[in-house]
Ligand binder design. Structure first.
Ligand SMILES: C[S@@+](CC[C@H](N)C(=O)[O-])C[C@H]1O[C@@H](n2cnc3c(N)ncnc32)[C@H](O)[C@@H]1O
Length: 214
């Protein structure tokens, strides 16, 4: 069910600025680490893997570098898709990494078709988190994995990022507010209501909802 028109989301960001300042800037080192963590946990090395809310796409790109999977970066913002394609080209991964418009609440994939949905730093901005997680479950194939949440990879990287951002008063504040609005119990209640076989893993570095579709 491909989407021809951009999905409606209230979220807005300057994809080019985010890519240069954040993704290729002070977050640069987290994507390889998180890709390794997802790979170690799920073992998914082939098939279709989706980086949902992937923005300019570096988590998906780092995942593709470590596997033989076809990775698709899926994001509702046309500007993110444009920059993601540039990043894929720069990485030389055009044959295995694609980018397409889509929002969590109406994923542009068939039922039971995806081996892994990874998503970092995005669920906090979804208009309807329960609908988005139900969509992830719908598109996963039996045995497929979801790894959805947010985090900085490990405590060392988190400390480095906090140090780099120490002069930005909005930095810690924005993250703190998002964490307060999305505590682990909040996600546990959603996955319980949906009947997902998920665990919610939370520590000072991040929060992740992880499950394998039965
Ligand atoms: C803070 S950025 C994170 C980008 C990237 N995943 C990363 O880790 O750097 C949040 C991303 O979530 C996307 N997003 C917002 N609402 C969404 C929705 N309803 N479904 C999917 N993605 C969404 C945004 O377009 C944006 O690219």
């Amino acid at each position: 069910m491909p989407t021809a028109t951009p999905p409606q989301v209230s979220y807005a960001m300057d994809a080019r600025d985010y890519n240069a300042r954040v993704m290729q800037g002070f977050f640069k080192k987290i994507y390889p680490v998180i890709a390794e963590q997802i790979l170690a946990r799920t073992g998914v090395t082939t098939g279709l893997c989706v980086d949902l809310g992937g923005g300019p796409g570096m988590l998906g790109i780092e995942y593709a570098r470590r596997t033989l999977a076809h990775v698709e970066i899926c994001d509702p913002l046309p500007g993110c898709i444009e920059v993601a394609k540039e990043n894929v080209g720069a990485a030389g991964l055009q044959s295995r990494v694609t980018a397409r418009l889509g929002a969590a609440e109406a994923l542009p994939y068939e039922d039971n078709s995806v081996g892994l949905v990874m998503s970092r730093g995005s669920i906090f901005f979804w208009a309807d988190q329960a609908k988005g997680l139900a969509e992830v479950q719908r598109v996963l194939r039996p045995g497929g994995w979801a790894f959805i949440g947010g985090g900085m990879g490990n405590a060392t990287l988190l400390a480095e990022i906090n140090a780099a951002r120490k002069d930005d008063p909005k930095w810690g504040e924005g993250r703190r507010k998002r964490m307060e609005a999305n505590p682990p119990e909040h996600f546990e209640a959603i996955v319980h209501k949906l009947g997902l076989p998920a665990v919610v893993e939370d520590d000072e570095v991040g929060t992740w909802i992880v499950w394998q579709k039965r």
